[in-house]
Design a protein around this ligand. Structure first.
Ligand code: PLP
Length: 373
């Protein structure tokens, strides 16, 4: 008998960290019910791209035999002009998730800690694990960042801190005063990333503009995206505004050519059409406020939200609630045993959701009195 046949067959060996996490779960498409379905699971814009943007994408499609501009010069200049910052302070990525990964790759030496609130954006633990960093998660307090506890959790190994503002999935915000007090306690050699994916939906005047915060601090960078308010989720483009060394590091760790030419062209065109896009944002905000008021009127506990979604802390009923929504042709984002995040869609989708929410509450009246947190 040869050695070959005696050996137990083995699979290729992978990094043990891969066993610790499930791969990123995309928002579930809605089930068709009576010929309609509404996807309220991924915080996308309910509006299709503007005709002017589609035209630019179609034109760029004629050149896809060529590699994109790896430096994304035109887009970088457009972002720099829009925010009145030097182009050297801008970096782009394949979505802001790409930028987040670039930053983690840039800081994650062995032993590096990455600090963030939890629950927050699902990409943080996954990408931190992948980069080889250790995640330090600080529980939310009353659905909000607990910045005092986060400051207390900083060690000499903390290399990067995420502050997701507004927070996904709760929609809650960090205000200017508390953020400044927090930043004063962060060592200069630790990077703070303000993830402002939903900043365009904010109307609370006490919420700081991350770009203004970055101007005053050498260790603060802002990450934003074209995926939400600008409606380009399918094209994958996000960006960072930060001090020159931070932007330079994020450029070094970007996978070459990861922002494709269609995405670059569409992002430039979207900045040019910003007024029109921000009118749409205003409509979503109107719907958000209508949905939250209606939920509160029914008796739901709903944290104030400055984003394009609402958060319901359903605890052990989270899965049942998602099933109830799905049965009505609506997909939402449940987090098992915690809650459900529901994106704001077009009025007819929101109405359909409110109907399910009303029914569900009448079947589970105890939810109405449930305390937040
Ligand atoms: C949606 C979202 C992003 C954006 O991701 P993209 O990669 O730009 O599509 C970033 N951060 C948070 C907190 C988000 O919710």
């Amino acid at each position: 008998m040869s050695m070959q046949t005696e050996r137990t067959p083995r699979s290729p060996r992978f990094r043990p960290v891969l066993d610790q996490f499930a791969p990123y779960k995309p928002g579930k498409p809605a089930t068709m019910v009576a010929g309609r379905s509404y996807k309220l699971s991924s915080n996308e814009s309910p509006y299709g791209p503007l005709p002017s943007v589609i035209k630019v994408i179609a034109e760029a499609a004629g050149d896809v035999n060529r590699y994109p501009d790896n430096g994304a010069a035109e887009l970088t200049e457009a972002i720099a002009a829009r925010y009145d910052v030097p182009a050297a302070h801008v970096a782009v990525g394949c979505g802001s998730v790409g930028v987040v990964q670039q930053l983690l790759e840039a800081v994650a030496d062995p032993g590096a800690e990455v600090l963030y609130a939890w629950r927050s954006f699902e990409a943080y633990p996954y990408l931190a694990d992948l980069a080889g960093a250790r995640s330090v998660q600080v529980p939310l307090r009353d659905e909000e960042h607990d910045l005092e506890a986060m400051a207390a959790a900083i060690t000499e190994r903390t290399r990067l801190i995420f502050v997701c503002n507004p927070n996904n999935p709760t929609g809650t915000v960090v205000r200017a005063g508390e953020l400044a007090r927090f930043l004063d306690q962060v060592p200069d050699d630790c990077l703070v990333v303000l993830d402002e994916a939903y900043v365009e939906y904010g109307r609370d005047r006490e919420v700081p503009d991350g770009v203004a915060v970055y101007r005053d601090r050498r260790n603060v960078a802002v990450v934003r995206t074209f995926s939400k308010a600008y409606g380009l989720a399918g094209l994958r483009v996000g960006f960072l505004i930060g001090p020159e060394p931070v932007a330079a590091a994020a450029r070094k760790t970007m996978l070459t050519f990861s922002v494709n030419a269609l995405a670059q062209a569409a992002a430039v065109a979207s900045l040019a059409a910003e007024d029109e896009l921000l009118d749409r944002v205003q409509m979503v905000i109107g719907e958000r406020d209508r949905v939250r008021s209606a939920l509160l009127d029914m008796g739901w506990v709903v944290p104030p939200t400055e984003a394009n979604f609402v958060w319901l802390r359903l605890g052990e009923l989270s899965g049942d609630f998602a099933v109830a929504c799905d049965t009505a042709g609506i997909s939402v984002r449940p987090f098992a045993e915690e809650g459900a995040r529901i994106s704001i869609g077009e009025p007819v989708a929101n109405d359909a959701f409110l109907e399910v929410a009303g029914d569900f509450l009448s079947r589970h009246p105890d939810l109405a009195s449930r305390k937040v947190g």
